[in-house]
Design a protein around this ligand. Sequence first.
Ligand SMILES: [Fe+2]
Ligand SMILES: [Fe+2]
Length: 312
Amino acid sequence: MEHFESIFYGKLENEVKIEPRDWMPDAYRKTLIRQISQHAHSEIVGMLPEGNWITRAPSLKRKAVLLAKAQDEAGHGLYLYAAAETLGVTRESTIEDLHSGKAKYSSIFNYPTLTWADIGAIGWLVDGAAIMNQVMLCRNSYGPYARAMVRICKEESFHQRQGFESLLVLSRGSAEQRAMCQDAIDRWWWPALMMFGPRDSESTHSDLSMKWKIKRMSNDELRQRFIDMIAEQVKVLNMTLPDPDLKWNEERGHYDFGAIDWDEFWQVVKGNGPCNRERLEARRKAHEEGRWVREAALAHANKKSMVKASAA
Ligand SMILES: [Fe+2]
Ligand SMILES: [Fe+2]
């Protein structure tokens, strides 16, 4: 083994973080760039389905909470774009890859938010699934990514709490509110399970990611943990999960669950989900409309540094 390579694997072995200036295998760098930028895109695109409800939140309190959450997601995107930049890609090229359709983001955000209860279900189930993944990522081997995740996780747990609490209020409300709550859970449950990615047997990137300590648990392990947690929490809501096969298995010490529709998963990944086109369109439009702000900020920064230089 080459000298640099053995230092790299020695660090992994001893749980020492890999830092931007350290030598790393090309494939490790590539995997991280792909994963961190996909993650950043998911944070930013994830604001879109929720943004749909900011103007229609049922009270001032709910509106303030939702605004704060959407702003947190923007912040998560920014930490992550910055973390990706430490690996040698520019933010501009990363965002360009999103807008051209070359880069992916989490498919969950290609589903529509039809009612107010969807906002609660997203907080509880979507942010809940995200936390399962992200807690593990706080210990990933790449320093800038791991450190960004620590702060993100703190904010994500607030997101899940507010979602659950919002559903709890609906679940104790009128018959219409209870029906709306159940309907949102029914529509978000399966897509939330798909957030953990394909089954371990079909996951292309998993083995190397585990070896490099980017991932610490497999897709199926994380999915099972999530199901075990939600199957208990749904009882507090007095609601049900839309899976007739969901059942506690004493022997395994886990909940058994029904078959996931992987065909739907791959359709959405390939761009044929209910809102794929709409989401990308909204992103491109926001980018275009923000162009003058970026240009003005740059012109201002240049002017300031010129003034400083001539004073010196
Ligand atoms: Fe987030
Ligand atoms: Fe979140």
